[in-house]
Design a protein around this ligand. Structure first.
Ligand SMILES: [Zn+2]
Length: 412
């Protein structure tokens, strides 16, 4: 099967196969070819270049992209796509001024989501999650990480991870699974958090790893949730069982979570709304990707991660949606890109790098997706006719996507 895109107004994010991520000043460079062609052969990007050297060979399908752009699909490296029901009632309660405690008393928060996941059948949970996966693919996402963490019992966590496994089997989109048993302390361990941490380490992680249900392990390292010491213990247990770390840190407080992540060679540290100088410094010599979640900052009205400061310090940065029912009920990467420009002062080039190649790295998928590179999966966005790629973040709350391709096949 050969598909040829021709007359592409601008082909974005061209990289050689050695580029694993971009950082610092290099984030402001977005390599492109104007008036380009791109040839897909057997699911992968086979060739591309300026139209004047467009191959003159027989193909199965030609797409005339006059006036339109082609770029790699978005790589969303942090989501909680598996959940049951919605929490818009809580959203309205918050607007009306109810406190977090009032909402929790009315049955809100993570523990409320956990009860719903515990009580739903796996097939119904799969159905709801598949709907959200289809929705984000239509918004241009072509690789995604999905976490457990709304189960909080062994059985319910395995149910969530089984749903992710079935999504992996039934969809073209690359999916990475993360075990987040340490998302919150469940009700039955309310006065025995150490017991829950032991349960995670001794029972949950070994079973999850043995069943090959997760690629990564995650912890919500935050005051009132899991301490740095809990985090280190859980990540070490994960490492022993072959699960690399990706962790929630510095959402509300800087308590040493970034340092723990770097020490444990985490693939990414995510959230970072509150960053001290030493949190930035410790990341400088690491291979750990900082990940900002602007949708969560927007929805909760909390500070945005200081992305400008981090990039100016020479760090890389990735963007993800944090799609979840409580703090970011949107999986729209187009919005994440806009918000990064508008609220975090990233340039469009930086935001697009953060949402593609750096997002791919934050999932360990940089060899497969995230750039226009020969041999990578042909997961592509074809835009509408637009004046420049700056229009993508500029048209916030909207998107400029005409078609989405996964493995070279039009899916939207
Ligand atoms: Zn999250």
């Amino acid at each position: 099967m050969k598909v040829l895109f021709k007359n592409i107004k601008e082909l974005l994010q061209i990289r050689d196969e050695n580029t694993r991520f971009v950082s610092g000043k290099a984030m402001n460079e977005l390599p492109t070819i104007k008036d380009a062609f791109l040839l897909i052969k057997n699911d992968v990007i086979y060739d591309f270049g300026p139209m004047k050297v467009c191959p003159d060979e027989a193909v199965d399908h030609v797409i005339d992209a006059t006036g339109k752009m082609v770029l790699p699909t978005w790589c969303d490296s942090h989501t909680h796509l598996v959940y049951a029901g919605q929490r818009e009632g809580e959203f309205v309660d918050k607007i009306k001024g109810l406190s977090y405690q009032d909402i929790a008393n009315k049955g809100g928060g993570i523990l409320n989501s956990a009860k719903k996941v515990q009580n739903i059948s796996e097939s119904e949970l799969y159905k709801q999650t598949k709907g959200r996966l289809d929705e984000i693919i239509a918004l241009g996402t072509g690789a995604v990480e999905i976490k457990s963490g709304y189960g909080l019992t062994l059985e319910a966590e395995l149910k969530m991870l089984s749903v992710i496994k079935r999504l992996k089997e039934n969809h073209q989109i690359p999916i990475k699974a993360t075990f987040l048993g340490a998302h919150a302390v469940p009700e039955e361990y309310k006065n025995n958090k150490a017991g829950y941490v032991d349960h995670i380490i001794k029972e949950m992680i070994p079973l999850v790893a043995e069943a090959k249900l997760a690629d990564f392990v995650d912890v919500f390292c935050e005051k009132g949730y899991f301490t740095v010491e809990d985090t280190n213990r859980i990540l070490e247990a994960g490492k022993l069982h072959g699960l690399q770390a990706k962790i929630h840190v510095n959402q509300f407080n800087s308590i040493g979570g970034v340092q723990a992540g770097v020490k444990q060679k985490a693939l990414s540290v995510d959230h970072l709304e509150v960053m001290k100088y030493e949190d930035i410094v410790v990341l400088e010599k690491s291979k750990t990707m900082p990940v900002a979640l602007p949708g969560c900052s927007f929805f909760l009205s909390i500070p945005f991660a200081p992305g400008r400061k981090m990039i100016d310090a020479g760090l890389p940065l990735a963007l993800a949606t944090d799609y979840n029912p409580g703090s970011s009920p949107s999986g729209n990467m187009n919005f994440a890109v806009s918000a990064a420009c508008i609220k975090m002062k990233l340039t469009p080039e930086e935001a697009i790098n953060a949402a593609t190649i750096n997002g791919a790295y934050a999932m360990g998928l940089e060899h497969k997706v995230g750039s226009i590179t020969k041999g990578k999966q042909a997961n592509l966005i074809l835009t509408k006719a637009i004046s420049s790629y700056h229009f993508i973040p500029y048209s916030f709350g909207n998107h400029q996507i005409e078609r989405v391709y996964l493995n070279g096949v039009e899916v939207v």
